[in-house]
Structures are given as structure tokens and as C-alpha cells.
Design a protein around this ligand. Structure first.
Ligand SMILES: *[C@@H]1O[C@H](CO)[C@@H](O)[C@H](O)[C@H]1NC(C)=O
Ligand SMILES: *[C@@H]1O[C@H](CO)[C@@H](O)[C@H](O)[C@H]1NC(C)=O
Ligand SMILES: *[C@@H]1O[C@H](CO)[C@@H](O)[C@H](O)[C@H]1NC(C)=O
Ligand SMILES: *[C@@H]1O[C@H](CO)[C@@H](O)[C@H](O)[C@H]1NC(C)=O
Length: 433
């Protein structure tokens, strides 16, 4: 029943958005594209969309657990196309917001819009602050580049993109210049889901996160996702199911069955790898953590295997004092190198079968923490974390991840660098006329 209502609502949103956008803008036949960069001080991944009338560029931090985008709404929010969602309207039901009428932040000086719905699930994922009065649910115009898979093309317009107007108190913890969060969570109101519905694109999006000082890319819709020199990176994907966790429905979990270090099994407490009845345990993707966190016993087993193999090799690596936040660090002069970087054991997350694994090789495991230290960029997540493995940003950089929402599966490439590609090899030069 609930899904029936949702499909009616989605149809409503699709019809209202597409009929309006058909009049106002060019239609992409395929895919949309966002550019991504990494903020050096917070290590957040940010993107830019054009919002409002008159249009302004808005910088947003990407988050894989936020179900609906939110944008700070001080009195600097000026837009003639801003529309608060009225109580009981389809957007309020879609966003599952039953709160009505209470005053709270709104871009308009008149204080508060009556008879509008407010979402209480509003949360800043970096500070975990949730404003008591939530935020006003609203729609406004956004504009995003389309792509033929090879270059950005014309801007397309979504006239009534649903988002939450957030109080200025949520600003804390966000990267400089950023004024909100792009919700990429597993939800009917996420930015990719809304854009796919609005432009009748397949319910898929792909993430290619960049390291510092490079550009990355988010594609909304299907491939090809072409990276110079003309390689469609969808051909590099392996797939694993996205696992539902009813306690955390907006998050992406995958089914890690085991971990290998240097092709050897690591002995782990397997019960930590599955999601229990309370929704604890398992493996979740979390780009708001800059580095992967492993539950303490998993961390100890993986680092013991990693360190043991590095130090018992014919050219033993030499440990140096830890460099925060890392614990396991090595003298760069004691490591051996290839054209790509230092040689260290691969860490494989073994998925639904022995043959399907996500390989975390040196480019995604080793961080140049100082002139005198290369460190393992994986951290101890504590004895009793809610989730046993949180796969963080650094481990995802220069990997292509495709979230196929219709099929509930994740496509992953492991590092593109070993295929001589990088996220920044997408051709960012527009070929719009
Ligand atoms: C390694 O672990 C996998 C399960 O993750 C198991 O199927 C396999 O038999 C193990 N291999 C060895 C050599 O123990
Ligand atoms: C394995 O993990 C589970 C869940 O945290 C815990 O209850 C159990 O005691 C652990 N087993 C061992 C042998 O440490
Ligand atoms: C669209 O693409 C062009 C070319 O890369 C870029 O300059 C522009 O900033 C992009 N616009 C948005 C909204 O991403
Ligand atoms: C990037 O795209 C532009 C516009 O289509 C094209 O002129 C240029 O040659 C491309 N660059 C590379 C390296 O392919």
C-alpha cells in the first residue's frame, strides 16, 4: 500500500516537473553530470548546482546518508521561484513529513510561512546537529549540466526540486563556501532520484570522487561514463547487492563476507560482518568519513596482517612513529615503489563470492602523512561502533561506484588508476553549442 501511494506521488512529481520543464528547457536524452572537488581542510567532497531565480551557484557537500538535500536559508536566500510545500501536499507525503504550521527558518523576512510542512529528520552529518524545529520543505528551480557521456553539455532545468530550507545553525562543520548538503542517500527524495524521475532517466547514479586538487564527477542516469582516452568505465564494473537495513533505510550497505590482505584470509569474528536485528554491524559506504573505520577487532586483525607482510618481506619496511590520525606508519625510504606509488599488500573486501571482491590497493590504502611517513589510511572505529566497517572517502577516490537503485546493486571498479584512468580524466570541457 505504502509503495502504491509512493508511486502515485512520484508520478505526480514526474508529471508536474516534466510538463513544466518541457516548456522551459532542453531535455537531456541521457545523463546529467556534476563536478566534484575535495575541500583541503575538512576533506569533504563538494559539488555545485545552480539554484533559484535569479540563478546563483550553490556549493553543496555530498553525503551518501542524507535522504533529501538541504540548503541554508538565511535572509540571503532570495528567489522568486521558492515555494514552501503546503501541508498534506504530495511533496510533504513523499518526504514523509507530518509536521505542520510551526514557525521556523524560511527565507522570507515575514517570519514564517503558515500551513507548510517541516521535516524533523534534518541533520548535519559532520556535527550530528539536528535542529529541534527541523526545516521547511520547499521547492525551487535547479539547473545542472547534461552530458552525452563524454563532455558536459547544455544546462537543464528542474523547476521544482524538493529540498529542505535549513536554519543557519546547521552551517557549522561544513567546508568553507558550502551552504548545504546534497542528499545522495537511499531515498525517494534524494537529488539523483528526483532528477532521474524528472527527466525520465534510469534510476542510477555514479560517483567518481577525486583526490585533493583534482576534479571528480557524479553522473545521474546511465552510462556510458567516458574517461579520456575514450574508455567507458562502466565496462570496468563488478556488482554486489545493496543490502537493506531497516534501522538505517537511507544508507547503502554491502555484504562483505571476509577480508584478505595480500591474498591471504584474515581471521575475523564473522558475526560483526552481518547486520543484526537491531540494525548494528555490517558494512556501509560513508563519504562523510575521510578514512575507512574498522571495528577494533577487525582493525587489529587487518593491521597485524598488513604490518606482518610488510615487515617480513625480503626488503622489510621500517615503522616510524604514528602521524595523527593514523597509527601504522612507515619510513618512505624503506618501501619499494612502482610507477604508481609504494608497494604494499592489497586489502580485499570479499563480497558475495570469493571471485567478487573490492580491491583496496596502495593508492587507496597508503597516505603520504608527512615527509617522513607513509601511513595506512584506515582507522580504528572502536570496540562497539554501530556499523563494523565504514568505507570512507579516501578508499573510494578514483574508484567508479555506480548506485543502481532499481536493481539495488552497487557497481564498483576498484581503483581506476590500475586501468590508467582517473576521475579527473573525464573531459570537463563543455561541448554545448
Ligand atoms: C578464505 O575465506 C573464504 C570466505 O571468505 C573461504 O571461502 C575460503 O575457503 C578461505 N580460504 C582459506 C585458504 O582459508
Ligand atoms: C563476535 O562478535 C559478536 C557481536 O559483536 C559478539 O557478541 C561476540 O562475543 C564476538 N565473538 C568473539 C569470539 O569475540
Ligand atoms: C557546466 O559545465 C561547464 C563546463 O565544464 C562548467 O564550466 C560549469 O561550471 C558547469 N555548470 C554546473 C552548474 O555544473
Ligand atoms: C575535450 O573535449 C573538447 C570538446 O569536445 C575537445 O575539443 C577536446 O579535444 C577534448 N579533449 C581531449 C583531451 O580529448
Amino acid at each position: 500500500m505504502a509503495s502504491f501511494i509512493c508511486s502515485i506521488l512520484l508520478t505526480y512529481i514526474i508529471l508536474t516537473t516534466t510538463s513544466a520543464s518541457a516548456l522551459t528547457s532542453f531535455h537531456p536524452n541521457k545523463t546529467l553530470v556534476l563536478t566534484v572537488s575535495k575541500d583541503p581542510s575538512t576533506l569533504q567532497y563538494t559539488t555545485k548546482v545552480i539554484q533559484r531565480t535569479p540563478p546563483v551557484p550553490v556549493l553543496l557537500t555530498l553525503d551518501l546518508s542524507t535522504p533529501i538535500s538541504w540548503v541554508l536559508c538565511g535572509n540571503r536566500y532570495v528567489s522568486t521561484t521558492y515555494r514552501p510545500a503546503s501541508c498534506g501536499s504530495p511533496p510533504c507525503i513523499l518526504a514523509n513529513t507530518k509536521r505542520c504550521r510551526t514557525c521556523g527558518p524560511t527565507p522570507f523576512k515575514s517570519g514564517c510561512n503558515k500551513n507548510t510542512c517541516r521535516t524533523l529528520s534534518l541533520n548535519n552529518p559532520f556535527t550530528n546537529v539536528s535542529p529541534r524545529r527541523g526545516g521547511e520543505l520547499a521547492t525551487d528551480v535547479i539547473r545542472i549540466n547534461s552530458t552525452d557521456g563524454s563532455n558536459p553539455g547544455q544546462l537543464v532545468t528542474m523547476p521544482n526540486n524538493l529540498f529542505v530550507c535549513a536554519p543557519m545553525s546547521l552551517l557549522q562543520g561544513l567546508a568553507k563556501g558550502v551552504s548545504g548538503v546534497a542528499g545522495l542517500g537511499r531515498s525517494k527524495t534524494s537529488l539523483p532520484t528526483q532528477l532521474s524521475s524528472s527527466f525520465r532517466l534510469p534510476q542510477k547514479f555514479a560517483l567518481c570522487l577525486p583526490p585533493l586538487r583534482e576534479n571528480g564527477v557524479v553522473f545521474i542516469g546511465d552510462g556510458p561514463y567516458n574517461f579520456y582516452p575514450g574508455v567507458d568505465a562502466t565496462t570496468l564494473l563488478s556488482y554486489t547487492p545493496i543490502i537493506a537495513n531497516s534501522a538505517r533505510p537511507n544508507n547503502y550497505f554491502i555484504g562483505v563476507q571476509g577480508i584478505k590482505v595480500g591474498n591471504k584470509n584474515v581471521t575475523l569474528n564473522k558475526s560483526l560482518l552481518s547486520i543484526n536485528r537491531k540494525g548494528s554491524g555490517g558494512t556501509m559506504l560513508s563519504v562523510n568519513h575521510p578514512y575507512t573505520l574498522l571495528q577494533s577487532s577487525i582493525y587489529k586483525a587487518v593491521t597485524a596482517a598488513f604490518d606482518g607482510q610488510l615487515r617480513n618481506s625480503s626488503f622489510p619496511a621500517k615503522r616510524v612513529p604514528p602521524v595523527k590520525p593514523f597509527q601504522l606508519c612507515y619510513d618512505p625510504t624503506s618501501l619499494s615503489y612502482t610507477r604508481i606509488g609504494p608497494v604494499v599488500p592489497d586489502i580485499d573486501l570479499v563480497l558475495q563470492s570469493k571471485k567478487v571482491f573490492w580491491r583496496i590497493a596502495a593508492t587507496n590504502s597508503i597516505v603520504r602523512a608527512s615527509d617522513n611517513a607513509y601511513c595506512l589510511g584506515i582507522l580504528d572505529g572502536g570496540k562497539n561502533p554501530r556499523t563494523s566497517i565504514l568505507v570512507g572517502g579516501f578508499q573510494i577516490e578514483d574508484n567508479l561506484l555506480q548506485f543502481d537503485l532499481a536493481k539495488s546493486r552497487l557497481g564498483f571498479s576498484s581503483s581506476l588508476i590500475y586501468d590508467r584512468l582517473r576521475c579527473s580524466f573525464f573531459n570537463f570541457t563543455s561541448n554545448a553549442l
